[in-house]
Unconditional design. Structure first.
Length: 499
């Protein structure tokens, strides 16, 4: 009996170390990538006009929709499939390359018609060049699935860091020499290409000269539901950009997209970290529902503990940040930053619930949930567009949509894992409460007439101090977990050095 208990404890410890190590490397990868991307966007925002960003926003709508067919579904199928072998990976590899080339040809042919519809000069040429992103991603998708399935997240860190650094340099050089919108095209395209080349060099996997229609049929059987779900989500999310781009000006679209960009960069750092690590781990233990629930709870608690104070802090300091970093001509971005900061607070709840549903193999349920959420989203978009002539109201509608979606995504896990939305709300409530208190505290600091740079520095420093102090004072579970995990990793590394 004691032997079994020791074995279980060792197994739990092994899972914990694997998850934490994966989270750390993925988090570093996202932080490094998004930090340089944020810095690049700030530099380019000073060098380029809002119209340039509006043009790219429209182009990216169509590229993102095509991208869904390549990246959503088949890579996840390889990760979810327990006995996936080289034949499975090779089959998906060749299938993805052919599919991506077909999608690029369609995009190339339709580009002039899209340009004429939106009445934007140069849109067709930009779309045809930036569309080369699709074949690059088609080549890269199996590499990413291989890395995720084998928990080799350090590889992501290396490839992303190199790709981001070089592409940032290329984008800034183009902008400085008057490249305009082509600076954004060069940056995005070079980032994808360099990332793919580096990942190909540092990963040992290579496709074999074999293809199985039978294997692909099984992979498509699981993956098409995830693909359909992602396509519905992408259509719904990008429809808002299309509506704003057509009904309002390209500047309005630029303010909307840039306002969502900065909170999203914070939100996706945490969100992508969780989803990249959690899905393969949950898939590995998909037959042990109790362990899955424990991992879900820990992920939701930890994700919201890290993410919420960062987003609330961004919302509170949005105006001085924009004036300092983007200049007065971007001041209309401020309300959108504040709105989307609230929106992205709920992203970990969406992601973690959906990762669990995918890991169990219920891609059919995943699709049903997506259809329900997107119908609700379309209704909210219709109401805000028809009855309110304001982009800000459209953005506020997104908050209503994400709150409703939280309940929809968490509802099935009440039955599947005995982890419903009430228990989830109880898990995140302490983190949200102390984050709001911290936000009120740093907002009160703005009442003092200080230099904007000094004020921002003090708000960041005291925000971190107040948040950690309250966490320590009330002995928050997430704070203790992160502290103990870091100390545990340090201890393990020290022991390895001694040995």
């Amino acid at each position: 009996m004691n032997h079994n208990n020791d074995h279980q404890l060792k197994q739990i410890s092994k899972i914990k170390n694997k998850v934490f190590s994966g989270l750390i490397w993925t988090f570093f990868e996202r932080i490094a990538s998004q930090s340089f991307t944020l810095l690049l966007s700030l530099v380019l925002a000073r060098l380029l006009s809002p119209n340039d960003f509006g043009l790219i926003a429209i182009v990216m709508v169509f590229i993102s929709l095509a991208d869904v067919f390549i990246t959503s579904g088949f890579g996840n199928s390889l990760i979810q499939k327990k006995d996936a072998d080289n034949l499975d990976f090779s089959s998906v590899f060749y299938f993805s390359i052919v599919l991506s080339c077909v999608l690029y040809i369609i995009l190339f042919i339709t580009a002039p018609y899209i340009s004429a519809y939106f009445e934007m000069q140069d849109l067709d040429m930009v779309m045809r060049v930036l569309g080369l992103y699709l074949p690059i991603i088609g080549f890269n998708i199996v590499q990413q699935a291989f890395v995720s399935k084998n928990m080799m997240f350090k590889k992501f860190f290396v490839s992303t860091l190199i790709g981001t650094l070089i592409s940032a340099f290329i984008g800034i050089i183009y902008a400085l020499y008057g490249g305009g919108v082509w600076a954004l095209v060069a940056q995005r395209l070079s980032s994808a290409m360099i990332n793919t080349i580096v990942l190909w060099r540092i990963i040992k996997w290579r496709p074999s000269l074999e293809y199985s229609f039978v294997r692909m049929k099984g992979i498509i059987s699981y993956g098409w539901k995830l693909l359909a779900s992602s396509l519905i989500a992408s259509l719904s999310e990008n429809l808002t950009n299309l509506v704003i781009g057509k009904k309002f000006s390209s500047q309005d679209l630029a303010f909307y997209t840039q306002g969502s960009t900065y909170p999203r960069q914070i939100g996706t750092n945490i969100n992508n970290t969780i989803s990249k690590v959690l899905f393969p781990v949950l898939s590995e233990y998909q037959d042990d529902l109790l362990k899955m629930k424990l991992m879900m709870r820990r992920s939701i608690k930890t994700g919201t503990y890290i993410l919420t104070p960062m987003l609330i802090g961004l919302a509170v300091t949005a105006e001085p940040l924009v004036k300092l970093l983007l200049t007065e001509r971007w001041i209309e971005v401020v309300p959108f930053i504040q709105i989307f900061s609230v929106y992205y607070i709920f992203i970990p709840i969406h992601t973690i619930n959906l990762q669990a549903i995918k890991a169990i193999g219920r891609s059919d349920l995943f699709l049903k949930l997506e259809i329900i959420k997107r119908i609700i989203g379309l209704i909210i978009l219709f109401i805000t567009v028809v009855f309110f002539d304001s982009v800000i109201i459209i953005a506020l509608g997104m908050i209503i949509q994400t709150l409703i979606s939280c309940f929809i995504n968490s509802y099935p896990n009440k039955g599947l894992l005995n982890y419903g939305y009430y228990e989830q709300l109880c898990d995140i409530a302490p983190n949200v409460t102390i984050s709001i208190f911290m936000g009120i505290f740093i907002f009160s600091m703005s009442l003092f007439k200080l230099n904007s740079i000094i004020l921002l520095i003090l708000q960041v420093i005291f925000g971190v101090i107040v948040y950690i102090f309250i966490s320590y004072l009330f002995k928050l579970d997430s704070f203790k977990y992160i502290r103990n995990s870091i100390l545990g990793q340090i201890k393990i590394r020290r022991e390895k050095k001694i040995l």
